[in-house]
Design a protein around this ligand. Sequence first.
Ligand code: CAA
Length: 258
Amino acid sequence: VMELENIIFKKDNKIATITLNRPKFLNALCDQLIKEINYILDLLSNDDEVHVVILKGSHKAFAAGADINEMKDLKLISHIKKDFIKPWEKISKFKKPIIASVAGYALGGGCEIAMMCDVIIAADNAKFGQPEIKLGTIPAAGGTQRLVKSVGKSKAMEMVLSGSTISAEEALSYGLVSKVVPIEDLDKETINLAGIIANNSLPILILAKEAILRSFESTLSEGMINERRLFQSTFELEDRKEGMMAFIEKRSPKFKNN
Ligand code: CAA
C-alpha cells in the first residue's frame, strides 16, 4: 500500500475521484505525484465497482505543469537514462472514462494531463496554456500533439509559440473543453456527468472509449475498421442484449456489466 502525499483519493457510487493536492506548488507534477496517480489508476483498472474517474485540482490550480525544480538541472543524458515523462502516459492509456475537472491554472504538463483525459469540464476561472517556450523548452507530454487536434493548427501554434494562456470561454469556443460552469458548480456538474456515464455498462464504456481513442490516435480508415470490430464485439455481451430489449419493452435497462 502506497502512502499518498500528493493526491487525495475517494471512491463513491461507481465514481472514483483523484484530487491533486500539492497546494504549495500549485500541484506541479513531481515524480512522486505521478507515481501516486499511477498507483491509484492500477488499482482502479482492476476494480469493477468503479466505472468513471474524476481528476481534479484545487480552485486555484488544476496543475501548473511539470515540476520546474526537479527539471532545472537535467541534461540530455539524464532524459535518455530516465524519461521522466514516460510514466505520465499511463493516464492516457487508462481504459475507463476519465473526466478532468479543471479550475484555475492548467499549464504545461497540467494542460497536457487534462488533454489525456476523455472529457474536460472547466470552471469559469480556468486558464489553459503551454508556457514551456518561456522556459526555453517545448511541451513534452502531448502539448504539441493533442492540442493541435483539439484547437486546430493556428491556435495551437499561437499558444505554443507565444506561451500565452486562454480562458475557459476561449477553450470552449475552440473545442478544448466540453463545458464551462461557474466555479461554485464545478464539483456538482462534474459529478452529475460522471454519474450519467457511470450508469452505463462498464465493458461497453471501455469499448466506446477505445473506439474514439483509436480514431484520435490514428487515421480515419484505421479508426473506422476498429470501430466496426468493437461494435460487433458488443453483440457478445449480455448488456447489449439487455439495452436493446429494454428499448423494445419500453423500460429502463438493468445493466449487469457483463
Ligand atoms: N514547478 C515548480 N513549482 C511551481 C510550478 C512548477 N511548474 N508552478 C508554480 N510553482 C510554485 C512557485 O514556485 C511558488 O513557489 P514558492 O511559493 O516557493 O515561491 C508556488 O508554486 C506558487 O506559485 P507563484 O507564486 O508563481 O503563484 P502565482 O499565482 O504568482 O502564479 C503561475 C501562478 C502563473 C501558475 C506561476 O506559478 C507559473 O507561471 N508557474 C509555472 C507554469 C509553467 O511554466 N508550467 C510549465 C512547466 S514545464 C512543463 O510542464 C513541461 C512539459 O510539457 C512536461
